[in-house]
Ligand binder design. Structure first.
Ligand SMILES: [Zn+2]
Length: 197
């Protein structure tokens, strides 16, 4: 059953009120039609009733995929969840993080290994500052395609699936790592940095 909550925002351009009836919970098994607008970001784009400009607005939201046992909580506040009921649970602070996680889990990948893979890829490409996002698996060899902003454009960076597999192997050989991904974990660049310290 869909539950909607009213959220109110100020248009950053003209100051008018933008009212959104936002989903508190998106269960993609029960509401598969919401998945495409979520991944495209359309779900979070709202038009100001006064000036007509479109803005990205966010509200606390739980994304649930019972088939993949994935739970993503969109919230910019720190939250704890002692028991995730067997779900892989992630706290995602921003809409871009949510969209990326959905793509990663839909591709059947381990997001911890993807984050480590991003780190390795950035070092190898000599772009340590690039803000890489997972885009898709590509081709018969399942190349990992990342995207990142550069000079006002989105650039693509692809690496072999073996790089991802190596990263997954490194994590598997370091059991202390899994202890750092319990509960409602934030798995991001900072998480990788904490491993390397
Ligand atoms: Zn406006």
């Amino acid at each position: 059953m869909a539950t909607l909550t009213r959220h109110s925002f100020r248009c950053p351009a003209c100051g008018a009120e933008i009212v959104v009836q936002g989903h508190d919970l998106i269960n993609v098994r029960e509401q598969p039609e919401l998945k495409a607008p979520l991944i495209s970001g359309e779900l979070f784009l709202q038009t100001c009733p006064q000036c007509g400009r479109r803005h990205l607005v966010t509200w606390p939201l739980v994304y649930l995929d019972p088939d993949e046992m994935v739970l993503l909580m969109l919230s910019d506040k720190p939250l704890a969840m002692a028991d995730t009921g067997g779900y892989t649970a992630r706290l995602v602070p921003r809409v871009g993080d949510l969209i990326e996680k959905v793509k990663i889990f839909d591709a059947g990948l381990d997001d911890k290994a993807v984050e480590l893979c991003k780190y390795v890829t950035k070092q190898d490409a000599g772009k340590p500052e690039a803000d890489l996002r997972f885009l898709r698996l590509d081709g018969a060899d399942n190349e990992i395609v990342f995207t990142y902003p550069a000079g006002g454009q989105m650039e693509l960076l692809a690496v072999g699936f073996n790089v991802y597999e190596d990263c997954r192997g490194i994590l598997a050989r370091n059991p202390s790592v899994s202890g750092r991904a319990q509960g409602l974990a934030i798995i991001d660049e900072a998480w990788v940095s904490s491993l390397l310290r």
